[in-house]
Design a protein around this ligand. Structure first.
Ligand SMILES: *Cc1c(COP(=O)(O)O)cnc(C)c1O
Length: 381
């Protein structure tokens, strides 16, 4: 190990600064365009970004909005759901997924996850259906897909809506059994994403978007993001105020052409971690689903024993790491009203005790990763 590494410590989870310096001229030009136009809300840049993203995803409609949480809420508002209707999702996700269900007076129903992909298990989902089930929200966690083909099949048989939470896997592809592929977020009735700065396509502030191929739904979504109006000051639906501002759209429009290269950098970094950690028996490196590409929003280990001590050991060496997520949603204080208890979802609970995400971003170098890998190995040596 070199005495003075060719990078500075601490190593962060995400490095937005180096990426900005690399793309600076394109991003600054977009921002200058907005400042010169003085059109900060809506306008040509927001529309142009939405069109570019629709082209990239090959989806009919992209509706920008204020953030990923709003996108999920707006998606549910656009479906004809009644209070008490059940929306099925995973307990092993960021809270936003369940929060919007609860906020709208709907009932979050959790089902356990796959120990390899950390995503919803279709068999468990089918067992959780009742006559109040109306919607499924699969989460494409950490950068790869939930098993959409079986989930879409269940949804079709039981007339359920499918709203994809694609905040973490924008740019990843789903591969159907017949060999056809489609971008995640375009498979369900509505797809939702987030442009939070650390997401794979990150703005320099908040942002989000909704995707749909359904003309009628697209119209409702467009109305709901803008106070439920189609004609100015005539409010046909109850809506919200949720918009992507033009400065964020300029940043996103400049970064979108790089999204596939961002994914490749992340995949290369993931492959280096995989190789370096292959012989460390105490950690399980991420499993790739056969039906999805993986864009590594997170590179998440399962640490069978000593996860918290390993995290401290890494912190002492100036290596950031993070636990996504330390408490599954069914055991969170605010969600106790739904009556779940410890033991209800053993896999989600076990993952919460074992997961550890390592630094992962578009600017990782082999030297940084060798340093991280050496410190993981020295912990278990
Ligand atoms: C980030 C995230 C969200 C919320 O996005 P915001 O833009 O922060 O509101 C929702 N779901 C998942 C899985 C996320 O990772």
């Amino acid at each position: 190990m070199p005495d003075s590494p060719s990078f500075s410590l601490p190593l962060p989870m995400v490095d937005l600064q180096t990426q900005y310096q690399r793309l600076r001229s394109e991003i600054d030009a977009g921002i200058a365009e907005v400042l010169n136009s003085s059109q900060y809300i809506g306008g040509p840049l927001v529309n142009a970004f939405a069109e570019d993203l629709a082209g990239y995803l090959d989806v009919e409609h992209v509706i920008p909005c204020g953030n990923g949480t709003d996108a999920l809420q707006i998606a549910l508002m656009a479906l004809d759901l009644k209070p008490g209707d059940e929306v099925i999702t995973t307990p092993f996700t960021f809270v936003a997924t369940a929060e919007v269900i609860a906020l709208l007076g709907l009932k979050p129903v959790f089902v356990d996850v796959d120990p390899h992909t950390f995503c919803l298990l279709p068999e468990q989902l089918e067992a959780a259906l009742t006559d109040k089930s109306r919607c499924i929200i699969p989460v494409h966690l950490f950068g790869q897909a939930a098993p959409m083909e079986p989930l879409l099949d269940i949804a079709a048989r039981h007339e359920l809506y499918v709203v994809e939470d694609n905040a973490q896997a924008l740019g990843a592809d789903y591969r159907f059994a017949d060999g056809q592929t489609a971008k995640l977020g375009t498979l369900g009735h509505v797809g939702c994403t987030s442009f939070f700065p650390s997401k794979n396509l990150g703005a320099y502030g908040d942002g989000g978007a909704l995707f749909t191929a359904d003309e009628g739904l697209a119209e409702r979504l467009r109305m709901i993001v803008n106070h439920g109006m189609k004609r100015r000051y005539y409010h046909d639906l109850i809506g919200v105020n949720s918009r992507l501002d033009a400065l964020q759209a300029a940043v996103l429009k400049a970064k979108l052409p790089h999204l596939d290269a961002f994914g490749e950098s992340r995949q290369k970094a993931a492959a280096r971690y995989d190789e370096g950690l292959a012989e460390v028996a105490a950690v399980q490196t991420p499993v790739r689903a056969s039906y999805s590409t993986h864009v590594f929003h997170q590179y998440t280990l399962r640490v069978k024993q000593g996860r918290d001590a390993l995290q401290k050991h890494l912190a002492k060496a100036g290596i950031s790491s993070a636990i996504y997520y330390p408490v599954p949603l069914h055991l969170q204080e605010a969600y106790r009203v739904y009556g779940y208890t410890e033991g209800d979802f053993p896999m989600a609970e076990q993952l919460s005790r074992e997961v550890l995400s390592l630094p992962m971003h578009t600017e990782m170098t082999p030297e940084m990763q060798a340093y991280i890998i050496d410190h993981i190995k020295s912990f278990f040596a």
